[in-house]
Design a protein. Structure first.
Lengths: 365, 1146
């Protein structure tokens, strides 16, 4: 078996998701240990176990070994098979937690993904189903993953009760396109979705009004939709949220979101979301902060050409992701200020030489 | 008629007529073809002609492919010289090398690289007649000179090689016919040439280039013919091949064993070796950490890659000015293994040949490369001791004192040298070490160091330098967790570590400052209102610091081991300290308390995509001015700003626009004025640029509306060209080291690959005649799995291929033996196993082995040995699918017998052994031999394994009941790389053999299974009892159904009792008829006899002819045997050293 026996070694529970994703994509086994060894409740959490199970479901031949204490996990990746898969997500994390790694894997599967996930659709930690639908998937489209890419929100489910359901459809590609995205453009439109489940539908209107009070000064092209799910489609718990996205003339997307908290008025939620969006816009770049690692990954997986993308300052996750990418793929990025004449702006130009990754899982016949 | 000679015609040399003629000739020539001749006569014809033209144009187009070899320094083109032994490969190679370099090689081993033109180099490689070599060469050759013995014709190896080429992407092939001087008759020569050309064209393509080399002069082919061949080689254009355009590879031209001698000695030469291979990189960029496969050795890990100076460089700028390649450049030949210029590189030594006596004095004798090397060695000015004494090796990049061996006793002032290591940077001796040092430092450190050097270049300072190194700037520094090393040892005492936290140098005010910031970081979690108080201050600080310098993100991310949070958090503190540093002159040390890692709380730092929303942070957006400042990011905002600065840049502009408050004083005073007038000029320039673009666009469209819109093909080509341009420019300004980090080593560079854990046999049994190819593996290709391929047995391969027989495959870089299972798609329902490959048809094969990308071609062999009879390429195909499991089934029939039959129900036994098995098959369809269908219902309790089944009709007790099922099978996990390069005798690799082959070798018979032997089948005649119908029943039956019980007639009939007496006429008539019959009989008899006689004669004649033919046959056989005898005799002679040829006739 020559070289495949050597596993990459990581410690700590942080960044587990993207390490697993990189392992599956690169085919290199990964061993993660020291997972919360000092914690009162050591080892993997239920959502992490559930994620591992999900990865096992969508792949063929994956071997996952979890140590007796649960503080170490070894993943020997198999082939991404895709196809129809259904998964129940635990209520400790939202669907976004599970969907984000799947989105990174899905274009490289053997057959198109038809993934159904059930659980919480919106929470304050991971991307909500709305944002994934309106922002993450357009980011994939930059790389030529377009036809048949779809996310359907069948039911909404707020935490803690959950009860939501989404369906994720993703086509397979042979190779992703090389990205050359250096012009952030100017923001031409703002869209938003305010949804309220198991509360008064008036809440979403209140959020929209509050948000508009800030955004109206910038551009007239603002549409904030009020999305109401009723009855069984609205999950088990009450909740509401506002997700906003700003699109620029060149297609750069920035997004922000705020989720209902107990004892906070919907107006405040809307203001928080709006301000977060403005903060996001101020940071600049062509790619939203939450999607930096997705875009960087797809750049690495591109053909053996130079891909370039302008981004704001990297997040800690992104920095760790860049390091891990180098471990797995040997690809480093060239990171320089976007405009050298103006070092003040925090914008950076990420460029890398794609690794020439092709989807070998896809059959030729 | 008289035989008088006519006067020959003399054309006019001058005058009107001559002029007219010459003019006419010239005119005709200039005109070209007659346009009218091709003008269509009718509209329909015109339409058809137009359509045909368009179609022809389309056929000319090829799928645009990206060519990834760099334009400026492409790697040498690999020209492989392939052919049967004795065809003249070495002679051709020598002739070509002589043509390019004016040197004659005595013994050609390994690749030979020469410069062939201003922008072109060639690597010649001779391919021996071994199949493994042919496979390897076929994978890397850009151009193949396929040599064919004109006096003999094509040989089997040639066809095998062509088939190998075909399955690994077809490189360009030029045929070279040799030994044409052996064909004496001109007519035969012409016919031979024609026949060979025809065959060659059918193999390659119609019109493929075929060269004829006549004879050998002075051990070389005629110069003019070689010149022509070289011209053809030089104009050859290469289309990138898909596999080579996605993989880096290298043809090693030199091998060196780096294993410590001692280790080899102690392990008795059996230890794994560290080997370096030298060669030009080809294909795509070689990335760091990429695994490689060396065909014939296996998968290996590359320890390091080192870019070396080009041993065979292309002509440079000054020679470029001249039209022709300068003579000096021409003479370079790089062939490390084949004794050029008196130097030969072996695996463990360098041999230098010296003509005559070798002394230092005689400068007049031209020195070869090797002699120069020896002389240079002799020129070494100093001893090792000196070098060590002067060395500036430091334990850490930051420690000020180098390790000294004998301080003070040197001629250079040891003491001061030791103390001011920074000055050493300017010293020649220390420069190398300092360079290494510098690579670890961040550039601000370097800046500062430069500054310091600038200040104190007088070498007069005596005090020790205080620390100026920032924590977090050095990879080595941050790796240590607890102890902070001082720049010099004397510094160590000056500060102490307080309760385990790390400390930094700094003066007191700085310390306070940083403590404050430290608190601030804590506040991030706790939301202490104090944070809010100096919010604006913070922003201002951040602004200034950011304005002053940008971070080197690459170094922070890739070269330091700081945690991501630290990298981000470090921003303001580090930078401001830096500013202070600059003011203080960089000589002050100051303390700074290093914040604890923010990953303190386990619950907080969970894996979340959305960052925690900081309410306080968002509150600043209540500020109207800040909101206003963002307006520029929107299309409705002022369009005055330059287009190319992003929103953030504009956001910063927004800061500048702010009139009120604290932001004003942050502006550098000098910056204000130019900024004011800048926008005007900028705007104007911007506008002009825009106008320019618009104008160009308009012009283009106005002049030629067709040209502005490109067709698909043009568009694609343009896209590719643009991307290549971006590729070229993006990293052009990056230094070599980080460039290698980012994009890897580019093709065309001459590198040294250090390979780890190479089997010792590779070095021990190294043979330069066998090519060493290093192929880069993509990450996915290191994996193993089940590979499904589409395969077709080669029609020239004599046998069919059998499932589970070992097969040697050559896929990607690898060649390995594996055990495939053949299958066919059965109505898209199942993959059904085939025992044998079908004739003239593709089928699927599934085997376990290393993964390679779908659409990769492969070829298969059953045996690699040259003694194998017939064509050796047994199958070819393409990879279809990769998976970790397979779904191949084979048919399984279970049989049972009914032991009790009701109407449509029967009890069946002997199909299963237990009721559990029956339960598994409940509801399954069964069938009897006679075709009655049924279904399994339920297990019966009594005889174990029996069941109740229902049928569509009543079954017979004598019927068999079948159950047709499918049994899934897995290919055996057998993977055996063909490690031919590890053998002493590289052409005799044997892998797993068939049982039959092993038995044959050991002289064993196949064991006989007693059950399988044939025995006489005894089938007792079936006896049926007579049908007895009770009398009562008989009486009740209708007449038609009644048994007819009648005896044969006993009495004679009326006619039998009567005698017949004939009338006389009647008698006569009968007699006459009898006579006629007798005559006829006689006639027939005689005719038969005659015929027999004739046949006899004929038979005798045929016999005679047969005899003659047999005689001829015997003679022929005798002749063949005689030739074979001579052949074998020659073979034996050759083995003893003779030069006879071995041939396998096509």
């Amino acid at each position: 078996m020559a070289l495949s026996g050597t596993a990459l070694h990581f410690s700590g529970h942080q960044y587990l998701r993207h390490r697993l994703v990189l392992s599956i994509l690169s085919g290199k086994p990964v061993k993660v240990d020291k997972i919360r060894p000092e914690d009162k409740n050591p080892g993997l959490r239920d959502f992490e176990i559930s994620l591992l199970r999900l990865l096992e479901k969508v792949t063929n031949g994956t071997v996952i070994e979890i140590s007796y204490t649960g503080t170490a996990v070894l993943l020997k990746p198999g082939v991404i098979s895709g196809g129809p898969v259904t998964h129940e997500c635990p209520l400790s994390r939202s669907i976004g937690y599970f969907l984000e790694p799947i989105i990174m894997l899905a274009p490289f599967a053997k057959s198109p993904f038809q993934l159904t996930l059930r659980g919480i659709t919106t929470d304050d930690r991971d991307l909500s189903a709305d944002l994934i639908r309106t922002v993450t998937l357009p980011h994939l489209q930059l790389f030529g993953v377009a036809d048949g890419l779809e996310l359907r929100i069948k039911k909404r489910g707020s935490s803690p009760g959950g009860g939501g359901e989404i369906q994720f459809l993703c086509p397979v590609v042979k190779q992703v396109k090389t990205l050359n995205f250096v012009d952030p453009g100017k923001i031409k439109r703002i869209r938003g979705i305010a949804h309220a489940v198991r509360v008064s539908p008036q809440f979403s209107n209140r959020m929209i009004d509050a948000s508009r009070s800030i955004l109206n000064r910038y551009i007239p092209d603002i549409y904030l939709y009020s999305d109401v799910y009723k009855g069984a489609d609205s999950g088990h718990s009450p909740g509401y949220a506002l997700s906003l996205l700003a699109e620029s003339t060149t297609g750069a997307l920035h997004c922000a979101e705020a989720v209902s908290q107990p004892g906070v008025a919907p107006e405040d939620i809307a203001l928080a979301a709006t301000r977060a969006l403005l903060e996001e816009i101020r940071r600049g770049g062509c790619v939203d902060r939450k999607h930096q690692s997705l875009v960087l990954l797809m750049m690495v997986l591109g053909s053996e050409d130079v891909g370039r993308c302008r981004m704001g300052e990297p997040t800690p996750r992104t920095i760790q992701f860049l390091r891990d990418v180098r471990e797995f793929f040997g690809t480093s990025f060239k990171i320089v200020p976007a405009n050298p004449s103006e070092p003040t702006s925090g914008e950076l130009l990420f460029s890398c030489y794609g690794s020439g990754y092709t989807n070998i899982n896809r059959s030729a016949a | 008629m008289d035989e008088r000679q006519h006067k020959a015609h003399r054309p006019a040399q001058s005058g009107a007529k001559a002029e007219k003629k010459s003019k006419g000739k010239g005119k005709e020539k200039q005109k070209g073809f007659n346009e009218k001749a091709f003008a269509p006569k009718s509209g329909r014809r015109a339409e058809r002609q137009g359509r045909r033209n368009v179609e022809r144009d389309q056929t000319r187009l090829h799928v645009p492919l990206v060519n990834r070899t760099p334009d400026e320094t492409p790697p040498p083109v690999i020209v492989a010289i392939v052919g049967p032994p004795g065809v003249g490969k070495t002679t051709l190679l020598k002739s070509l090398v002589r043509r390019y370099t004016k040197q004659t090689l005595s013994d050609v081993k390994g690749p030979v690289t020469v410069v062939s033109g201003k922008n072109k180099r060639l690597t010649f490689m001779e391919c021996n007649n071994d199949l493994t070599s042919m496979v390897d060469i076929g994978k890397i050759a850009d151009l193949v000179l396929l040599m064919i013995d004109g006096s003999f014709g094509f040989e089997m190896e040639t066809f095998e090689f062509l088939n190998i080429l075909q399955s690994h992407g077809f490189p360009k092939v030029i045929g070279v016919l040799t030994h044409l001087d052996l064909v004496k008759k001109a007519a035969t020569l012409r016919a031979t040439k024609k026949a060979l050309k025809k065959r060659f064209w059918t193999e390659i393509y119609q019109g493929a280039k075929l060269f004829y080399l006549s004879g050998v002069l002075n051990g070389r082919y005629p110069d003019t013919e070689i010149l022509n061949l070289s011209r053809f080689i030089s104009v050859m254009k290469f289309r990138p091949l898909v596999f080579r355009n996605t993989h880096p590879y290298l043809l090693a031209d030199r091998l060196e064993d780096l294993t410590p001698r001692e280790l080899i000695r102690t392990s008795d030469g059996k230890c794994d070796r560290t080997v370096t291979l030298y060669g030009y990189l080809r294909g795509t960029n070689y990335r760091l950490g990429m695994a490689v496969h060396v065909p014939g050795v296996g998968d290996l890990k590359v320890k390091s890659v080192e870019v070396l100076g080009d041993p065979c460089p292309l002509p440079t700028e000054e020679s470029e000015k001249r039209r022709r390649l300068s003579e000096k450049r021409k003479l370079i030949v790089h062939a490390p293994m084949s004794d050029v210029n008196g130097v030969m590189y072996d695996k463990d030594a360098v041999y230098i040949n010296v003509p005559g006596s070798f002394t230092r004095g005689n400068v007049d004798v031209p020195q070869g490369e090797g002699e120069q090397m020896v002389l240079d060695l002799q020129d070494a000015g100093e001893t090792l001791d000196d070098a060590v004494a002067r060395s500036q090796i430091r334990l850490f990049g930051s420690s000020s004192k180098p390790i000294t061996v004998t301080p003070g006793d040197d001629e250079d002032e040891g003491g001061s040298e030791v103390e001011y290591d920074d000055e050493d940077g300017s010293d020649e001796e220390g420069s190398q070490l300092d360079e290494e040092d510098g690579s670890e430092m961040t550039d601000e450190d370097e800046d500062m160091q430069d500054e310091a050097e600038g200040q104190s270049h007088d070498r007069g300072r005596t005090g020790p330098r205080k620390g100026m190194r920032m924590v977090g700037s050095l990879a080595s520094a941050s790796r240590r967790n607890e102890v902070e090393y001082a720049e010099s040892d004397s510094d160590m005492g000056e500060f102490d570590e307080e309760d385990g936290r790390r400390v930094r140098f700094g003066d007191d005010e700085e310390e306070a400052d940083f403590e404050e910031e430290d608190d601030e970081e804590g506040d991030d979690e706790e939301n202490v209102p104090r944070w809010k108080e100096n919010l604006s201050m913070k922003a201002a600080e951040a602004f200034t610091s950011r304005q002053n310098r940008a971070k080197d993100w690459m170094k922070l991310i890739y070269a330091s081991s700081l945690s991501p949070e630290a990298i981000l958090a470090d921003d303001s503190t580090r930078d401001s300290s830096n500013n202070q540093d600059g003011e203080d002159g960089g000589d002050e040390a100051f303390f700074q308390v290093k914040s604890k890692a923010p990953a303190g709380e386990a619950e907080e730092d969970e894996d979340r995509t959305k960052e925690r929303v900081d309410e306080e942070d968002l509150r600043k957006w209540e500020d109207d001015e800040l909101l206003e400042s963002l307006r520029r990011c929107f299309i409705t905002g002022g369009s005055g700003g330059d287009e190319d600065t992003g929103p953030a840049g504009e956001g910063d502009d927004g800061y500048e626009d702010l009139e009120g408050g604290e932001f004003e004083d942050l502006e550098a005073p000098g910056d204000g004025e130019p900024e004011e007038e800048d926008p005007e000029a900028k705007k104007a320039a911007e506008l002009a640029k825009k106008k320019e673009i618009l104008k160009r666009k308009f012009d283009e469209q106005y002049d030629d509306p067709e040209s502005s819109k490109m067709d698909f093909y043009e568009e694609k080509k343009d896209e590719i060209a643009k991307q290549l341009q971006v590729n070229k420019e993006e990293f052009a300004d990056v230094d070599a080291e980080s460039r290698a980090l980012v994009e890897g080593y580019r093709p065309g560079t001459y590198v040294r690959l250090e390979l780890m854990d190479v089997p010792s046999e590779f070095v021990e049994h190294f043979d330069p005649y066998y090519p060493i190819v290093v192929g880069g593996l993509l990450p996915s290709e290191e994996r193993f799995g089940y590979v499904q391929v589409r395969i077709k047995r080669h029609r020239w391969y004599a046998k069919t291929l059998k499932t589970n027989d070992p097969l040697i495959l050559s896929v990607g870089w690898r060649r390995f033996q594996t055990v495939p299972i053949y299958s066919l798609d059965d109505h898209s329902i199942r993959m059904r196993m085939l025992k044998y490959t079908p004739e003239h048809m593709h089928c699927y094969a599934t085997f376990y082995g290393p993964v390679s990308a779908p659409n990769t071609g492969f070829c298969a062999f059953n045996s690699l040995s040259s003694s194998a009879a017939g064509f050796r390429v047994s199958a070819t195909g393409v990879v279809l699918d990769i998976d970790r499991s397979v779904k191949i089934v084979k048919k399984l029939k279970l049989t049972g017998v009914p032991y009790k039959i009701f109407k449509n129900t029967a009890f069946v036994r002997d199909m299963f052994n237990s009721s559990l098995e029956v339960a598994k098959f409940e509801g399954a369809n069964v069938k009897t031999v006679s075709g009655i269908r049924g279904q399994i219902k339920k297990a019966l309790s009594k005889p174990e394994g029996a069941f109740r089944a229902t049928f569509e009709d009543k079954v017979l007790m004598s019927d068999l009941v079948f159950l047709r099922a499918w049994y899934s099978i897995q290919p055996r996990k057998f993977y055996n790389p063909v490690t031919s390069l590890l053998l002493t005798d590289k052409s005799h690799w044997t892998g797993m053999r068939l049982t039959g082959e092993v038995r044959r070798e050991q002289g064993l018979h196949a064991s006989i299974n007693a059950d399988s032997t044939y025995k006489a089948i005894e089938r007792p005649a079936r006896r049926f009892n007579t049908l007895r119908i009770p009398r009562k029943l008989q009486a009740a039956l209708p007449y038609a159904s009644k048994p007819k019980l009648m005896k044969p007639q006993q009495k004679q009939t009326y006619m039998q009792k009567r005698a017949v007496v004939m009338e006389p006429e009647e008698k006569k008539a009968v007699a006459l008829l009898q006579q006629i019959r007798a005559l006829r009989k006689d006639q027939v008899q005689r005719r038969k006899e005659k015929q027999h006689e004739r046949k006899e004669v004929r038979r005798k004649k045929a016999e005679k002819e047969e005899k003659g033919r047999e005689e001829k046959d015997r003679e022929k056989r005798k002749e063949v045997m005689r030739v074979a005898g001579i052949k074998s005799k020659r073979e034996a002679e050759r083995e003893e050293g003779g030069g006879s040829r071995k041939r396998r006739k096509t």
